[in-house]
Design a binder for this molecule. Sequence first.
Ligand code: MF3
Ligand code: CO
Length: 278
Amino acid sequence: MRRAAAAVCAILARARDSIRIGMPTAELDDIIAIEIKRRGGTPAFKGYRGYPAVSCISIDHELVHGIPSRNRLFQPGQMVSIDVGMFLDGFCGDAATTLLLDDGKWSIDDPRWRLMQVTYHAMMEALPRVRPGVRMGDVSSVIQRYAEEHGYGVVREYVGHAVGRQMHEKPDVPNFGNPGEGVRIIEGLVLCFEPMLSAGDPGTSVLKDGWTVVMADGSLCAHYEHMVAVTETGPVLLTDPEIIQPQRIYGTGTRRPNHNDRDHHRGSSLDDVPCQDR
Ligand code: MF3
Ligand code: CO
């Protein structure tokens, strides 16, 4: 599980650094497909219930499951969610981030940036609660409370999930709930937490392509996905926060150093990932 998680993170980092303004979103999917193969993995999404691509690329009011397209170009100002799943040595890795394609108008109180931050931190506030014996609602309720206290809606129609030899295993991992309710979390599970928050009403609808989930009221939304192992001593994050956390990129091959400076001072975690052709 560790290696599958590290591999999806490395691929998300590569995807982030490959985005260019004007690039069709399907081209990013091509890059991700090549990276999955290069690392000896196989795509988890392609063919899953007929899904046609290896990644989901969901922009602005699109929440999840956006199908990469040859006709859709990355543009400044977009909020881009990239979700990647792959099998490696029999185990599934599944992770997602939302990036802001900087349009030069950014400021610290940018509403898009605030939504991204709150979505990510709703999850990070909840994760320390994960341990054997607690109920799912003890964790989920923290995500919901954090989101709602910050004025955002929590999507109900889609939830996180356990992950293992298959991408979607039981139990579900909702982003809403009540303390003391829900299934008991047990040691050995790996859980995909995937908060999905909206700036407006949290209701969603699915586009005619049968996949793309959008906010029904057209409001902005954000989505992050971390993999967390439940151990005797508590939660262990299998996916790298430096890659999953909110980041601003320019889409020119450079990115803001302040939100991801780990590469500069202690070498990239990507170097640790076993990779067949290195
Ligand atoms: N991370 C998403 C999930 O856990 C992605 C699934 S996309 C699909 O459901 F195409 F595979 F369905
Ligand atoms: Co998932």
